[in-house]
Design a protein around this ligand. Sequence first.
Ligand SMILES: [Zn+2]
Ligand SMILES: [Zn+2]
Length: 240
Amino acid sequence: MNILEWIYPPRCPLCGELVAMNGEKVHKVCYKNLIRVREPLCKHCGKPLMSDEEKIVEFCQDCRRRRQNLDKGFDQGRAVWVYEGQIQKSLMDYKYKGMKSYTDFYGQEAVRAWGNWIRKKDPQVLVPVPIHSRKKRIRGFNQAELLAGSIGKFMDIPVDELLCRKRWTEPQKAVSGRERRHNLTKSIEAVDRAGEYERVMLIDDIYTTGSTMEVCAEILKKKGVKEVYFLTICIGYGNG
Ligand SMILES: [Zn+2]
Ligand SMILES: [Zn+2]
């Protein structure tokens, strides 16, 4: 046991309780409770398909609704786990209790699950989904930046912060889907060098309805990026 472990005893990145000092990184019981994203998946966003109808069309409901416009946004996405059970607490603690030590656990799991897929898509850079600077100041960090850094370290892919949020938008629950998208489009901006890349992969902690991801991808494509993929730690079931 090194001095750091003595001062900061290792915690299970899922439940937050201490783990045994035998090198165990995560409780087996906690880990077994996670729902890994498995086929059949939505061809576009990678959400697990639930109904027979979805399985036939191979698109989730959200993507099917947007089908005409899909090529304007991201090209394909993948997530590691379904946002249910233990991982919800884990990601909440990560963001709101500042459990930054969980980063490499998520990063390693993402690479274990989708490393081959990432290689195949061959992104030149990983791009964190931006949060507003005020939020970042309060939280002290942007979880997407940490995650991109970790995945990039394991995959040997550089991280480039091509996107930023320029103005504070109202909490999104208060507005309609359309207004929300409009606010998002106005609040996210890409730096000019984005256009120097052909293939990028957006990184974030959670994918729900996908509007943020779609908007980020659209903005990058407007700058000239040809292919935009995304990878998240979690994805919501059905309509998020
Ligand atoms: Zn645990
Ligand atoms: Zn989908």
